[in-house]
Design a protein around this ligand. Structure first.
Ligand code: DAS
Length: 330
């Protein structure tokens, strides 16, 4: 693409995932292999008036993402925004896309649109969705209506706020759903339309640390064995996905109380949607009991989101008050 004749410049960071996955030999399982340039060529004919500044950041399945990679992505996205691109698109595997999206939603403090997308079907499958998702993501990232809204996720023609999206199906092309009700926009015939403006809390800053944050999910009849392993491990923080409104088995309370005496423990719900309760139930292991023992309610954040936020906070050694305030603002 000739940059001089293009109307928009889009920064594009490719990281791997199903969108780039092909088989190494006939019949073999697909693995990330197509490059940023290959994906642009498939999604965007030269006539579209978009110039790309493309970079291959990794060639990974997103199950192997870590916080180091998120820092790298944030650094590159910040660089592109400073260079003055109109928007930025990141492609990645869908398995952890909601966590990368929430990370960017938490830390992005500029108006340049950052749009994440991927694919549920690899390029060799009938009805592959990758090229279309990349193309619609570029349309959203180029559209002035989406400037200053915070990071976004575009999948299956729908536009989601990056702070309120999750993967809710193993294989369907409409696997991504909003945790806040509905998508905030839609792309039809290549034209994005914005329906509502997402609410965002103030951007967070991460620090130099790389804290270990455990995520424990409650399940019927479970002992406190896993929690005791967390207590004995070298974790810096814990997120508990409690039952329903935010409840744990009564017999886990002594262990949870000890852990909360040593590290921040955040209470979220395994339902994955809605605010964790704060003052309804009073039985042992209820949300009021857990709060009395120092647990921090996660607000509307599900366990995965609450864990990313705790990592951000602990990476800069945030204290108990700062941690409480950060979740209260969500
Ligand atoms: N290949 C998986 C991943 O990298 C799944 C996907 O991309 O949809 O997350």
């Amino acid at each position: 693409m000739n940059v001089k004749t293009a109307h928009k410049t889009i920064g594009y960071l490719a990281t791997g995932g199903t969108i780039s996955s092909t088989p190494a030999s006939a019949g073999a399982g697909v693995t990330p292999s197509l490059t940023a340039e290959d994906l642009i060529a498939a999604a965007h004919p030269e006539t579209d008036g978009v110039a790309f500044v493309a970079e291959q950041i990794s060639q990974l399945a997103s199950s192997s993402f870590d916080f180091r990679l998120l820092r790298t992505l944030h650094g590159r996205v910040t660089h592109l925004a400073r260079e003055g691109v109109d928007g930025i698109v990141i492609t990645q595997g869908t398995d952890t896309l909601e966590e990368t999206a929430f990370f960017f939603n938490s830390v992005w403090d500029r108006t340049t649109p950052v749009v994440l997308t991927g694919a549920m079907r690899n390029p060799g499958e009938i009805g592959a969705d990758g090229a279309r998702n990349l193309r619609t993501a570029v349309a959203v990232a180029s559209d002035p209506a989406f400037v200053g809204l915070g990071p976004l996720v575009v999948m299956n023609d729908e536009v989601f706020a990056a702070g309120a999206v999750r993967k809710a199906h193993t294989s369907a092309v409409d696997a991504f759903v909003s945790t806040a009700g509905t998508a905030i926009g839609m792309v039809t015939e290549g034209t994005p339309r914005l329906f509502s403006t997402p609410r965002r809390s103030d951007p967070q800053r991460y620090g130099a640390g790389d804290p270990k944050v455990a995520l424990y999910r409650c399940s019927l009849g479970d002992s406190d064995d896993i929690l005791r392993m967390i207590e004995d491990g070298d974790f810096d923080g814990l997120v508990i996905e409690g039952f329903g409104g935010g409840h744990v088995p009564a017999w886990q309370m002594p262990t949870i109380e000890r852990i909360a005496g040593r590290m921040p423990v955040v209470l979220s719900s395994r339902t994955g949607q809605g605010s964790v309760l704060e003052r309804t139930y009073g039985f042992p292991g209820s949300e009021t009991d857990l709060r009395r023992h120092g647990l921090v309610p996660s607000g509307t954040l599900n366990g995965l989101q609450a864990r990313i936020l705790l990592w951000i906070l602990l990476s800069r050694s945030a204290g108990p008050q700062e941690i409480r305030e950060a979740y209260a603002a969500c």
